[in-house]
Design a binder for this molecule. Sequence first.
Ligand code: KIV
Length: 295
Amino acid sequence: MARKKVTVQALQAKKAAGEPITMITAYDYPTALAVDRAGVDVILVGDSLGMVVLGYPNTLPVTMEEMLHHAKAVARANPAALLVGDLPFMAYQADVAEAVRNAGRFLKEAGMDAVKLEGGREMVPTVAAIVRAGIPVMGHIGLTPQSVHKLGGYRLQGRTAADARRLLEDALALEAAGCFAIVLEMVPEPVAAVITERLRIPTIGIGAGPGCNGQVLVLHDLIGLFDRFTPRFVKKYADLHGEIVRAVQAYCDDVRHRRFPGPEHTFPMDPEEWAAFRAMLEATPLPTTDTKGRP
Ligand code: KIV
């Protein structure tokens, strides 16, 4: 039976009912089909695709056009999960009107249901303007990878009492601006738990402990398809990189030893047509060529 479409309101009802929210990234049609069939609540077309799909060193080079290209492929799977498009670096920081236009492109051109952006209180006017345009916004605080150079690396955030307080204030400001949920990335567990208690909207944690209302992981980390590094907060449920290497090695081995293709992969010819073809070949011998392919 087809699943009911997940809405922003359904996520808020899950928080109220104390039911954990599941979120995962997907970047293309087949992975969107698979994660939706697995029953995930939210699919994030994250700008992490820059690293795990496009091979960039970080998320900074990712463009709106790249995000839309991948978001469209995900939407073609017609998932029941809520679809969130991640605004890439410099698609929303410089100008509020440009942020609204880029957020709108995710819904209008790529079939997303909502957008996500990184940043705390400084993003309040931007969030409020996008929400005013009728577009649901997910916030993202703590470790915000688009600010990796400002933060001095991919480090735990909110470690001191003052930093933890700033994070809580950022979360409250984003909620007041109209965010429907907030991602908390790499934040100490008790800080994430307090923020979760103080907010009416759900928190989705990544490296923020079990006290959040939901959890998100990058799909390619979870299935072991990205093997450059694995952050400590990732639980690897499969080793697809290893599986691909093993499968392609077996294929190469079969081809080299003439075990593939077998009769079951090969198309026979109708015997009468084959006999006619042979007769034709004998009647009109083809021009011979020398070993260099010359007539
Ligand atoms: O881009 C992304 O995948 C993300 C998640 C890690 C939350 O922002």
